[in-house]
Design a protein. Sequence first.
Length: 369
Amino acid sequence: MLHPIRRIAISTGGGDAPGLNAVIRSVVFAAEKRGWECFGIREGFNGILRPDRYPVDGITRLTMAQVDHIGHLGGTILGTTNHGNPLKFATTMPDGSVTETDRSGEIHAALKAMEIDALVCIGGDGTLTIANVLHQQGMRVVGIPKTIDNDLDKTFTTFGFDTAVAFATECTDRLHSTAGSHQRIMVVEVMGRYAGWIALHTGISANAHAILIPEIPYDIEKLTAHLSARDRAGHHYSIVIVAEGANPLGGERVLHEKGGAGYVERLGGIGENLAQELQRKTGKEARAVVLGHLLRGGSPSAFDRVSAMRFGAAAVRALDEGHSGIMVALAYPDVNYVALEEVAGRMKSVPLNGDIVQTARDLNICLGD
Ligand code: F6P
């Protein structure tokens, strides 16, 4: 029989996303309502694993008074990292080589020493995979789905995505007028890693003329033909949204930096390449804009705030009901629980026969195929 919960800890891992602070606020409120004490682990799990950086306050007390005013703020008050995986913790040796060590035992020990009974892990695929392992090792863990990329399975959406799409839409709206004035092709590169959710939703929302996503390798000839046909029809400018993970038919993704021990590969650069290629092929001036980390910054949208608060409260309810090894998910009109092992290591791609792709096609948006 599980002993009653008195103390819980929160960890925010992976790339930040608007809404993280709203989740923290919600977890702390719901926990205190039950008489539980809340703690936050700094910078993913580095608050425990990096005493050099956090000699005293790697695990810090969080109270309702402290988090009352953070719900509308971007980022995370706890800090985060996307290269601090405790299961494969990278350490640089004196000879410059990098070794990877499983340091999960130190997390169990640190939480036990502080009499913390359960953990709320807020993150994307990487963080939820770690959460699942910690659960399998005996810790009470609940996960919360976060990523602007919206590529987590078993949840209608992740928080952060709506804010990212809203901002990308606003930026693209602005590009229409300058593209039109100069009769140019504007290529807008957006984040999303290996999934095209941000690109597709932004492109539809912002009336783009072409959208390139990783799920549909693009044929440059077809894209060129579509843009040139627009020109001939008297529409002398075009907007192309390209996902950072998109790739040409038979070609490679563009990498900003290769991955390595403790580091995931960084995508980016396709926008500029594509703009140059389209300029050569169409004879029209083309410019690239990379929205990059702007999509991760700023205040969460109302939708993301509400989702985040629902997730935070649901995570505490789940722990109170005795659950562990689950992720809270949006399943309209409700929030439900799904096993972490059903989520860990699985990516949600854009379904090619789904309504969103069909909608783009019906709007005469070229998808490069
Ligand atoms: O997963 C979120 C995300 O913003 C991706 O869209 C992007 O590829 C990656 O993180 C960028 O990571 P970093 O902050 O390390 O550049």
